[in-house]
Design a protein around this ligand. Structure first.
Ligand code: ZN
Length: 422
């Protein structure tokens, strides 16, 4: 085991340059740039060392087009004996750069013990770490049992339909093929993420009747109806949600309860194009829409979550004559949480203890990530997120990944492989 840890240390420079090479490919999503390039980079590296490389385009998936094809790469190496398969899955896409950078977002500068750039922490550093950890393990234990897979997949930042969801649909995460999945998302090197809360996005529309703005009594204002909805929400729904606490170890603390975000509200005349110098026209709004983002707990049932909103709307209706509305489902994901005694959890827990001399903290993510597809489509329950990086840095300007953090979690990953495959 000590040799394995030393081997990871020896590969520190390689780990840095691998991270840099990945950051320098600007895989911006949207729209989904350079996916093929980054898959080729990973594929060429692993292929040169005897891994079997499969490039898979998620043809026809949400987001896939000939202009911006959704490419994924899966690399696999077989051991000398039969055994289980450990799969490391990272997304290769990154979010928009945004303002406020003092570093070149795709320059991958190495300074102050960090590698800087968009995607450094979320999650090209994690991808590089899993690659180097697996390579080090194979070099020291060429006689290992089972198989190892490394994948770099598309579109996690936009739902994962052209990435893990597509691959899961094709059987890549079938429990017969893969037994353990580790997703190196930046959850901090001493934390094991067991899963995430559920999501329900919906659009609520209140309906009115258009009329001349000088005679609003001849119309019916959809925005005033929505005002009544918001008031009811403040008075009954938010307090109800604040009272629902979960046993899931969600971080940060504020997310240990049910939450609801009002994502947007639109009513009446649309905003005019920039440069329009006229006045608005005098109209009573006949339509107002509200998009809600409801995050729910493993203790809650999605039918109940939807019923709460429907009941709230009915309470408003009782007070307002002519109140008409519609609720449209946009998107939903079930909450998921891997058992604390699942084999991959116990193994990574023991490895964290060995490398860092302290026990790993179990956490659950407030938002979803690709585990949702592995769980639901792949039907594989033995899955966690574990990887280097500070979660709060994700999507921020001057994003970075600490080199020591990558080395430490690389050791944990390599030890986990040793425990599972030798
Ligand atoms: Zn991520």
């Amino acid at each position: 085991m000590d040799r394995l840890l030393a081997e990871i240390e020896n590969r520190r420079d390689d780990l840095i340059s691998c991270t840099q090479e990945l950051i320098r490919i600007p895989t911006l999503n949207p729209p989904g740039r350079h996916y093929r390039d980054i898959c080729a980079l990973v594929g060429e590296r692993m292929g040169a060392q005897g891994w079997k490389v499969e490039m898979v385009r998620a043809e026809g998936a949400l987001g896939d087009s000939d202009r911006y094809p959704r490419w994924n790469v899966i690399c696999r190496i077989e051991g000398q004996r039969t055994g289980e398969c450990v799969h490391f899955n990272s997304h290769h896409d990154v979010v928009a750069v945004g303002d406020g950078w003092t570093k070149d977002p795709f320059g991958a500068e190495h300074s102050e013990g960090r590698v800087w750039g968009r995607g450094a922490c979320d999650m090209k550093g994690g991808l590089a770490t899993s690659i180097v950890a697996a390579e080090a393990f194979v070099a020291l234990h060429p006689d290992f049992a089972g198989a190892i897979e490394i994948s770099a997949t598309a579109d996690e930042e936009s739902g994962g339909f052209g990435g893990v969801a597509y691959l899961a649909g094709k059987g890549f995460f079938d429990p017969a093929r893969v037994q353990h999945v580790i997703i190196p998302e930046p959850l901090n090197k001493d934390r094991i993420c067991l899963g995430h809360r559920g999501v329900w996005w919906a659009e609520i529309e209140t309906k009115g009747h258009i009329a001349h703005g000088s005679m609003p009594f001849l119309g019916d204002c959809a925005v005033r109806h929505m005002g009544a909805v918001l008031e009811e929400m403040e008075e009954t729904l938010f307090p109800l949600l604040a009272g629902k606490r979960t046993e899931m170890p969600v971080v940060p603390d504020g997310a240990k309860q049910s939450t609801l975000n009002i994502n947007s509200i639109h009513g009446g005349e649309p905003v005019q194009e920039e440069g329009y110098t006229g006045l608005p026209s005098a109209c009573v709004p006949d339509r107002c829409t509200l998009t809600i983002d409801r995050r729910f707990l493993i203790e809650e049932d999605i039918a109940e979550v939807k019923r709460e909103v429907a009941q709230m709307m009915e309470r408003v209706r009782e007070r307002r004559p002519d109140f008409r509305y519609e609720i449209r489902d946009l998107f939903e994901v079930q909450p998921t949480m891997t058992a604390e005694d699942a084999p991959v959890v116990l193994t990574v827990q023991a490895a964290v203890e060995e490398v860092m001399g302290k026990s790993a903290e179990f956490v659950v993510s407030p938002g979803t990530y690709d585990q949702k597809h592995i769980d639901r489509i792949g039907r594989l329950k033995n899955c966690i997120a574990y990887g280097p990086g500070v979660l709060d840095l994700a999507h921020q300007p001057d994003e970075w990944i600490g080199v020591d953090d990558m080395v430490d979690s690389g050791k944990v990953m390599a030890l986990a492989l040793a425990r599972l495959l030798t």
